[in-house]
Structure formats: C-alpha cells, structure tokens
Design a protein around this ligand. Structure first.
Ligand code: ES4
Ligand code: ZN
Length: 326
C-alpha cells in the first residue's frame, strides 16, 4: 500500500483540526455513491488532480464542494471514526476538533444530524482509540455574524456537547471585530474561545481576536511576525498558536517548508503547537507535519518533545488527564 509510514513521533494533542478537512477523496466517492450525490469528477484520480491550491479561497472552494456528500449522521460518524483511527497511528492522545455547522445547514443538513453524527463517535473515543476529545463549533467569518449567533443559540438550546467556539473560512476582509456578540455569548455560556487569525490576514486580526473576542488561543497566527511588538506580546502572555506547516505551504501562506517561520516563533519564545488543519487536503496528518518540519528544520528530539509538551499545555484538557499525558 502507499500509506506513508513515519518513524515514531512523540504522543501529542491535536488542537487545530477541521473534521470536514479529514474527508479523504476515497470517502468522498464512497459517500457520494451511498447517498446518490452527483460528483463533477468521473473518478478519484480526477478529483485528486484538483488539490493544487493557490491560496486559502481556492482550497475553501473544493472543501465546501466535497462536503456535499455528507448527508446523514452515519456519514459524519464514519468520517470522524476514520480520522480517529489515523490520528491514533499519528500519536494523537487528545484532539480538539472543529466542525462547521453553517456549512452543513446551508446545504439543508439539520444541525442535530451533524452534531449527533460526530458526537456519537467522540463519546467512545477515549475508550476505543485512547484519544480524549473536545468538540469546537467554528463559525464562518464570510457569513453574517447574526447567523453565527443564531446557530450558537441553537447549539446551546440542544445542549450540544461542545467545549468551545472558533472562527474560520475566508479571513481577509472579515476581521474579528464583527463577531464580538457571538464571542460574548459563548463566554457567558462558559465555552472556550479560539479563532483563526494571521493565516492570510494581517497581524491586526490577531490582536483583534485577542482584544475584541477574548480568545485563549490563535489558530495559525504565523503573520504575527510582521509585527515585532505583537510577537513580544504573544510570548509574554504565552498565547498558544496552533501552527499547521503543511497547510501553510499548500495554501502558499509561506513559500516553502524551508521558509516556514516555525524556528523564528520558537526562538521568540512563542507557545507554538504543530497541527494538521485539513489533513486530507494538505498532504498529511500530524505525524506527517512533525516529520516534514523535523527533517527540513533539523529539529532535535528535545525540540520535538517540547512541541508535544506545548500541545498538551495549550489544550483545554482538565488538569488530571493533562498531567497524565505530559
Ligand atoms: C480552513 Cl486552513 C483554513 N483556514 C480557514 N478556514 C478553514 N476552514 C477549514 N480549513
Ligand atoms: Zn484551520
């Protein structure tokens, strides 16, 4: 088989993972067949040829298109189970998993179908896969904040098993400041708060996520390096960045893995973690990310261990399991 095998990487937590981004091309075709969904591509090979992205939007277009095959709770459950199986092999012991409820609602999939399909599998993940989990509802920043607030109210009303909220999709032109009401409501509900910022967008969006939304963690955040004062702040406050090297290369946020600013961030004292983002789209799971960055940046075993420790410290784990994993 052509499944890549990586030398062991240390056990870690994965904190930046879109469950819809784990939908592999083979599963797209299998679910399309099962659900009678017409696909634009004749076969998996033709679909795979469309994974050459030029920026975030070119990826998002295919990401939202492929989601059309997800119709029933069983579809979401199967995708989630496939991720956990692969994540366990990658060394993941804890996963904080984002999903995009609005992307499914917009296609006519009820909120309950999405939540129940994913949550059904997460309920037994620790026993079955040895992976503790938390579910994060991510809101689409290129849709109205009012819609996000309505979906959040629905999630709270149905007592959905979420630990937090996030903010994703097309970043530039959609700053954090538009979503203060959503984050205020989530904070009042006792939820954890994260947001994508500084992936393609400017450093001011990272500051906005911290100051306007009150997030505890920044997804991506690599563009903080354009603002030295912000880097100093992130280091001083130990704000975790969930960095995704292969994603950054594939979406051309950085020119190459060699040019990836991971080392600059570490040297500045920033709390960095390594994650896979959308592994079915960007060329690999968290072990593939760790491997690629280890080889190209000549990371030592101690440096890899420090990144793994960061992942547990930056997680929303309760102290009992965190200390057991550290
Ligand atoms: C995403 Cl890489 C990335 N950036 C922003 N939004 C997203 N949704 C899924 N993957
Ligand atoms: Zn992401």
């Amino acid at each position: 088989s052509d499944v890549p095998v990586n030398p062991a990487t240390p056990p870690c937590a994965e904190l930046h993972l879109h469950i819809e981004g784990t939908l592999e091309p083979d599963l797209v075709f299998a679910l399309a067949e099962r659900n009678g969904v017409d696909l634009p591509d004749p076969d998996v090979g033709a679909l795979r040829s469309r994974y050459a992205f030029t920026d975030l939007q070119s990826f998002l277009d295919l990401y939202y298109e492929n989601m059309a095959v997800l119709r029933t709770p069983a579809d979401f459950a199967e995708m989630t189970r496939a991720y956990l199986t692969r994540a366990r092999a990658a060394g993941v012991r804890h996963a904080e998993i984002m999903f995009d409820p609005q992307a499914h609602l917009a296609r006519g999939v009820p909120l309950a179908a999405t939540v129940e399909g994913i949550a059904f599998v997460l309920r037994t993940s620790e026993a079955e896969f040895g992976i503790s989990t938390g579910l994060i509802a991510a809101f689409l920043r290129d849709r109205p904040a009012r819609e996000a607030l309505e979906v959040l109210e629905d999630l709270l009303a149905m007592d959905a098993p979420i630990i937090g909220i996030g903010l994703d999709s097309a970043e530039v032109g959609n700053p954090p400041s538009g979503f203060t009401a959503v984050y205020d409501r989530a904070r009042r509900a006792g939820l954890h708060l994260v947001a994508h910022a500084g992936e393609e967008g400017p450093p001011s969006y990272i500051a906005g996520a911290l100051d306007d939304l009150g997030v505890e963690r920044i997804d991506h955040g690599i563009r903080c390096l354009d603002d030295p004062a912000l880097v100093t702040r992130l280091a001083a406050e130990q704000i975790p960045l969930t960095v995704c090297p292969l994603s950054n290369v594939r979406l051309r946020a950085v020119a190459s893995l060699a040019a990836h600013p991971l080392r600059q961030l570490l040297e500045a004292g920033v709390m960095v973690t390594i994650n896979s983002d959308d592994p079915a789209y960007f060329g690999g799971y968290v072990d593939d990310n760790l491997h690629a960055i280890r080889e190209v940046h000549k990371l030592t075993d101690d440096e890899l261990a420090a990144l793994a420790a960061n992942s547990f410290r930056a997680s929303f784990l309760d102290t009992g399991r965190r200390d057991a994993l550290l």
